[in-house]
Design a protein around this ligand. Structure first.
Ligand code: SF4
Length: 397
């Protein structure tokens, strides 16, 4: 270990090690973990030198190498080393699951007791399902997979009582799952669907900063199923249940998603008897690759894509592009009228810079979409001169 001056306090170093270990275990970046906790360059250098020494690396190696080694090759060794270093400076209680799961080493299909695959019925979900189920079938593990679809409800009897999602989505998601013979479950929020929650509880449209629609309507309900299946596995004799929670997000959809890792331990959902790992199998997939896979594997997708939509789930999504919203409004004028009434009733705009009324006006000016050609979405995305457009985002579950 090269000489270096230790000018930091023991307590500060222990904090740096623990924080970095937590970040690495969660799939984060080593340098970010250390730099985030170290409040000076000296502390950072000190931590890096000690870590390199503890794991037997030449600390003169470029930081980048140390970083990629820890991030991709032997995450578990880095976590153990950091905790051991912190232990020397003070006792540490490890969060559950941290040393029992190493996503970089364990094959998730083999390692999981439960593969909880969330599906919106959209293009990314159907491709994720195909990729994972094909792999699971090859490893004789299809019995571990359960597909979970969240039904977001309707606009209610005071309006047109139309589904918030695209018509037929639940049945489509059911058919997509039936292709592999896996279990299929539909969840609904007991405290009311999305529109009911909007009108009677939240009283403001969700936004990227306050995305209660996804957390309340989808993730919370999906996690209830995860806890249920984990309890069942425990009753069947599994001591510590490993659950992978699969979501079909892709890095190119947004900068927030680009910062995510393929595997992240969900500390909030993990306990002494259960470790929940979020798995994003399509994280590095491009949109074009998704459509190529749909064509190659002849996967069934929703006709809304052929009519011009770039994403599914809620027909009118607060995170959708203007083009997608106008397209959705041309295809669903009655539902758009319900949203416009809700906007007026709440006195709150659908989006900060865009009201449903404006979308409605533009849709009326352009008129309804007719003559939808089956397969048009594949043609649109795979024709040679198609440049990638703005990436629509939203839910993938
Ligand atoms: S599709 Fe959009 S509006 Fe609907 S739940 Fe997801 S983020 Fe919210």
């Amino acid at each position: 270990m090269p000489a270096h001056r230790c000018t930091t306090t023991k307590a500060r170093l222990a904090k740096v090690y623990r924080s970095a270990a937590r970040q690495i275990a969660e799939g984060g970046d080593l340098m970010e973990g250390l730099a985030g906790a170290a409040n000076s360059l000296t502390t950072l250098l000190d931590a890096l030198h000690r870590l390199a020494h503890a794991v037997g690396l030449d600390s003169a190696a470029p930081w980048r190498r140390l970083n990629s080694w820890a991030a991709f090759t032997d995450r578990r060794a880095a976590v153990i080393a950091l905790h051991a270093l912190a232990d020397e400076l003070g006792p540490v209680r490890l969060p559950p699951g941290y040393l029992t799961v190493n996503p970089a080493r364990h094959d998730p299909i083999d390692f999981a007791h439960i593969l909880a695959l969330t599906t919106s019925g959209g293009k990314d979900s159907v491709v994720m399902e195909d990729v994972v189920c094909t792999r699971a079938a090859g490893q004789k593990a299809l019995h571990k997979v359960v597909a979970i679809h969240n039904d977001l409800g309707t606009t209610g009897p005071q309006f047109s009582n139309l589904p918030v999602e695209w018509s037929g989505t639940t049945e489509l998601a059911r058919r997509q799952s039936a292709r592999y013979g896996i279990r299929f479950e539909v969840t609904r929020r007991t405290g009311g669907g999305l529109f009911d929650q909007l009108l009677n509880q939240r009283k403001k449209f969700p936004s990227s900063a306050a995305r209660w629609c996804t957390s309340d309507q989808k993730t919370n309900e999906g996690m209830k199923r995860v806890r249920h299946h984990a309890r069942t596995a425990r009753q069947q004799g599994v001591d510590h249940v490993i659950v992978y929670y699969l979501v079909g997000i892709r890095a190119e959809e947004s900068s927030g998603r680009a910062r995510k890792s393929e595997f992240v331990i969900d500390r909030a959902q993990s306990t002494r008897t259960r470790t929940v790992i979020r798995w994003h199998p399509l994280l590095d997939w491009s949109e074009r690759r998704v459509w190529q896979h749909i064509r190659d594997r002849d996967l069934e997708y929703h006709p809304a894509y052929d009519a011009g939509m770039e994403r599914l789930s809620c027909r009118l999504c607060v995170l959708a592009t203007r083009a997608d919203l106008v397209c959705a409004a041309r295809l669903s004028p009655e539902l758009t009228a319900d949203y416009a009434s809700a906007e007026q009733q709440l006195g709150h705009r659908f989006k900060k810079d865009l009201s449903i009324r404006e979308i409605q006006d533009e849709a009326q000016r352009l008129g309804p979409i007719t003559g939808v050609v089956p397969g048009a979405a594949i043609e649109r995305h795979l024709s040679a001169d198609t440049a990638p457009g703005p990436q629509p985002t939203g839910c993938s579950a």
